[in-house]
Design a binder for this molecule. Structure first.
Ligand code: RTP
Ligand code: MG
Length: 158
């Protein structure tokens, strides 16, 4: 932009059921804030499998999909919109590889290495591109004229 200010970018982060249940939330939020992100939206929800199905629609044909649905609906999750310059790529780099077990060897200081358990229970989500970030952010935080995007038996705005 003309005034030389850095353009902020948004990404969607989720602390998954294992992360919330394992009391990793405060540590992860400390890392997020220390890394220069601001947390502009934040809520805790309990998704049902149908909502997870629509959120992770890109994986609907994968063999692990039924298991992913059960996992993500197994307990409350913390959904956050993170903002800073290069938020999408920087958050992906900080969370580390999908398989938390491998992350412990190859990326020991990543969030998944510190807090995740294995290939499925990997503690956190991060949008994989600016387009995904836009879709995922509006999935959780924008009113949709085409109907409700997700179901939760409660929504706790933090
Ligand atoms: P995420 O979307 O949650 O940020 O994770 P990711 O990009 O690193 O990995 P992705 O390929 O998008 O997979 C989505 C989530 O599905 C579970 N998963 N299970 N083979 C398996 O059992 C398997 N592979 C992936 C993980 O929870 C993964 O984060
Ligand atoms: Mg992904």
């Amino acid at each position: 932009s003309g005034d030389g200010s850095k353009e902020k970018e948004k990404t969607l982060a989720i602390i998954k059921p294992d992360g919330l249940a394992g009391n990793h939330t405060n540590k992860i939020k400390e890392i997020i804030l220390d890394s220069g992100f601001s947390i502009s939206r934040e809520m805790i929800v309990q998704l049902d499998e149908d909502s997870v199905k629509r959120f992770y629609v890109e994986h609907s044909s994968k063999s692990f999909f039924p298991s992913l649905l059960k996992y993500m609906a197994s307990g409350p999750v913390l959904i956050m919109v993170l903002e800073k310059e290069s938020a999408v790529a920087d958050w992906r780099a900080m969370i580390g590889p999908t398989d938390a077990r491998k992350a412990k060897i190859t990326h020991p200081y990543s969030i998944r290495a510190m807090c995740g358990l294995d290939l499925q229970q990997n503690c956190v989500h991060g949008s994989d591109s600016p387009d995904s970030a836009a879709r995922e952010t509006s999935f959780f935080f924008k009113e949709s004229s085409s109907g409700q995007t997700f179901n939760s038996c409660f929504i706790h705005y933090c």
